[in-house]
Design a protein around this ligand. Sequence first.
Ligand code: ATP
Ligand code: MG
Length: 629
Amino acid sequence: MGYEEIHRRSVEEPEAFWAEEAKAIHWHRPPQQILEYDKPPFRRWFVGGLTNLCYNAVDRHLAERADQLALVAISTETNVTREVTYAQLHAEVNAFAAVLKRLDVQRGDRVVIYMPNMAEAVFAMLACARIGAVHSVVFGGFAAHNLALRIDDAQPKLLIAADAGSRGGKVIPYKPMIDAACAEAEYAPPRVLIVSRGLDAAEPKVAGRDEDYATLRAEVGDAQVPVEWLESNEPSYLLYTSGTTGKPKGVQRDVGGYAVAMAQSMRTIFDCAPGQVMFSTSDVGWAVGHSYNVYGPLIGGCTSLLYEGLPLTPDAGIWWALCEQYGVRTMFSSPTAIRVLKKHDVDFIKRHDLSELKYLFLAGEPLDEPTAHWINDALHKPVIDNYWQTETGWPALCLLPGLDMKPVRFGSPGFANLGYRMKVIDEATGQTVGPNQKGVLVIEPPLPPGCMSTIWRDDQRFVDSYFSHFKELLYSSLDWAIRDEDGYTFILGRTDDVINVAGHRLGTREIEESVSGYGAVAEAAVIGVADEVKGQVPVVFATLRQVTEETQARSAAADGMRKIVVDHLGAVARPARVYIVNALPKTRSGKLLRRSIQALAQGGDPGDLSTLDDPNALEEVRRALSRGP
Ligand code: ATP
Ligand code: MG
């Protein structure tokens, strides 16, 4: 059966389709009803079924693959590599769960996890899943304020934290941030469990609050903790969106639907069978980290690589060296990361034996064609873009090489994933637009398994944020897209980022795409700036592959960018101004903060900066604006 036929069945007969897919995971008690949809837009999958994410990710594999590597945690920050088999993972997760029990964590309690990419972060997540506690992983690079916000939202029984993170060899002690976050938060957790890596010189402990993991771990020894069987729709975890368009939203995920989506996607999208190796370069704090560093590969019986460190340490070939060493089959990264590598010699890739590597998947941001071509030429493997959101939890638009490999069309993440009924509609009329016409990308509810259940403790915000944009009940992705005559969908940017130039609607992404086509450009952000005559005009902020302060070179680059845009998109898209900067402001998850650039360019306030990565990059923009294009 080809894609079209299976996809049609997945959306036209969802109950029959998902009942079949559900067999891929272990159910302690099978679901009594596949889909319940009597309170739209809320839906429940596999109602009455009892299962557990940890059991599916760990225990279930012991019979066949106890001695196979489950997790390899590599750190080029601490220079420690930890290889963990499924049997060892089982032991560590049980021990961690026993420690959680000692600290009185019960089913339904929330646990905030504030750790970098280290093995214990995975043990902690799975231990929570085992006992039915709801984890909320907070990206280790976030500072105290973000941590406090997420603590208050989750109201956790426990905070689990590393003693320190490390970035580019610089140790970042977490303890001061934990103390500050607990002081700021209204619902400071009663207990804090510190997993010490020996990076931070021991700070005084807060008596009665702080516990040391190693001490408790030694005390529980080889304790076994029984799996808590959860109803499919109980919450498994909370995870926040990146905050690119405003205040992050706390996505609530379920148990059964998510497990089924993970199992299916490992097979159909990532084509990674039990025993094979997957390497996702994400941080565990992001959606990709949850789904394709932890739950997906482990539920799939694969080996998962977890990497802590810069992609350039010890050199720009580190990721490919790891692919070679561990025989990685499926690699998953982001366009942002590849653009970083693109500044370095392609030989860092080519010198490695990548014969086991079958695919490179990229997601998280638009994959511009020049970057796609560059990495494709370097690897000679399919480079597969896929589009999703923290909310969806797994790809919404993708190719399905494990099922039916459609040809890659650069610039497009492909087709609706199984179970997703998607269309591109006119913002005003709500009508489906014709081929190659722009509109808003929407999902027809009920949302498929794996997608969010709601916004944590805020059903109303769930309805308002996603389902109240059109007359018809539709989930708005808030992204702007076109679909070509063959059904490939292209993302043009956020609906907020659409620029209206003299009545022409242009996606920021279209213009960024063509600017990136100019050879000297490393990365570009395009924003719309108010203009008296045209309503709005496109303005470019770009970094160059080779940094130069030479005015002549910069103005030649700016001219080149203008020309290439006019050649591709016509004079209407001609950038009114081009600013060359040394860095672009991004979120900690690597997404361009266009709204902040735009606000500065219009003399406004840059808005919520809680997820801003590098404050210097914003300063760069400020400086560029005052210096002039
Ligand atoms: P927030 O919702 O808080 O504003 P965010 O949307 O950036 O933040 P994420 O869930 O991390 O939070 O990102 C999802 C968004 O990333 C998508 O809505 C889309 O705009 C973009 N995106 C993800 N994958 C792709 C892709 N393959 N191509 C184009 N855009 C993508
Ligand atoms: Mg979003």
